[in-house]
Design a protein around this ligand. Structure first.
Ligand SMILES: NC(=O)c1ccc[n+]([C@@H]2O[C@H](COP(=O)([O-])OP(=O)(O)OC[C@H]3O[C@@H](n4cnc5c(N)ncnc54)[C@H](OP(=O)(O)O)[C@@H]3O)[C@@H](O)[C@H]2O)c1
Length: 263
């Protein structure tokens, strides 16, 4: 895949950075996207040291015009084969306490940016003999959860949206896949939350590097709903079959506890 280009959003840190380095191991050139001034060049330097291309594009993906401009820039310059929509945000907060900007950012980044970027890059992807789109959801996609505000709903959107695209483009050269990771120690917020959890919550915990390696491997095996390990699969099965009237109060209670602990 020496002439293959992949675009990864949220590539400056966490899971996005792990995706960049995993693709570099497979000799794939990368286009790294993230907010301005967050050290994208440091990640790019690691890729370039391996003799591969790494192109940085700093922008705020919550703005429609930025998404359109990014796609136009990519479409003019690179034959794109892989798109990984990884940038995403969320948190545990009481709905009435959060600002309107907090809610807006989650919806714009998780829902709008993912949808519009795929739409704008699709003509480029369709020109390749084989192309892949991987969307990063979360296990939160499998159930509504109080105190997570719009995050689980945004990830349920990503899950449902990707499944629909997979079927719609089944007869084409563009393959769509979704991965729904459980908690990972990426940023300070998720690491602090995980460290306070008990043994059960830490069971089957994967590093961002492990998640990226498994997800990329399964993407190339044309796995459309990627299960990362047995815990990830068990979570999916449990949340799929447990009635909502049981899981919703249980998960909401756990989030309320978490909020109290971190307050
Ligand atoms: N961490 C977890 O426990 C967990 C669990 C399940 C699913 N996930 C999902 O996995 C994905 C990656 O999570 P993570 O924990 O690695 O996240 P992270 O460490 O917070 O990194 C998020 C990345 O997205 C970028 N980003 C944020 N806002 C952006 C914007 N407006 N425009 C462009 N880029 C923006 C950030 O760029 P800057 O560095 O420039 O801010 C950063 O590179 C997300 O979709 C998340 O929902 C995470």
């Amino acid at each position: 895949m020496s002439n293959t280009y992949a675009l990864i959003t949220g590539a400056s840190q966490g899971l996005g950075k792990a995706f960049v380095l995993e693709l570099a191991k497979r000799n794939i050139h990368t286009i790294l996207v993230s907010l301005p001034g967050e050290g994208l060049e440091f990640v790019a330097a690691q890729v370039k040291a391996l003799g591969l291309e790494a192109h940085c594009y700093e922008t705020d993906l919550t703005q429609k015009e930025n998404i359109v401009a990014l796609a136009a820039w990519v479409n003019e310059r690179f034959p794109l084969s892989i798109l990984i929509n990884n940038a995403g945000c969320g948190g545990t907060q009481s709905f009435q306490d959060v600002s309107v900007d907090y809610l807006d950012r989650i919806i714009q980044l998780n829902v709008k940016a993912t949808s519009l970027l795929i739409h704008q890059l699709l003509p480029n992807l369709l020109e390749r003999s084989q192309a892949y789109v991987l969307n990063v959801g979360s296990v939160a996609a499998y159930s509504p959860i109080g105190y997570k505000t719009v995050y689980p709903a945004s990830k349920a959107f990503i899950h449902s949206f990707t499944r629909g695209l997979y079927q719609e483009f089944a007869g084409t050269n563009v393959f769509f896949s979704v991965v729904n990771p459980g908690p990972m120690m990426t940023n300070m917020d998720s690491s602090a939350r995980l460290q306070q959890q008990g043994f059960l919550a830490k069971m089957g915990l994967l590093t961002p590097e492990q998640v990226a390696a498994i997800a990329v491997r399964q993407l190339f095996k044309r796995d459309t709903l990627i299960m990362l390990n047995w815990v990830n699969r068990l979570t999916w099965v449990l949340l799929k079959f447990l009635p909502v009237y049981i899981r919703l109060p249980l998960l909401t209670k756990a989030m309320k506890k978490e909020l109290k602990r971190t307050a």
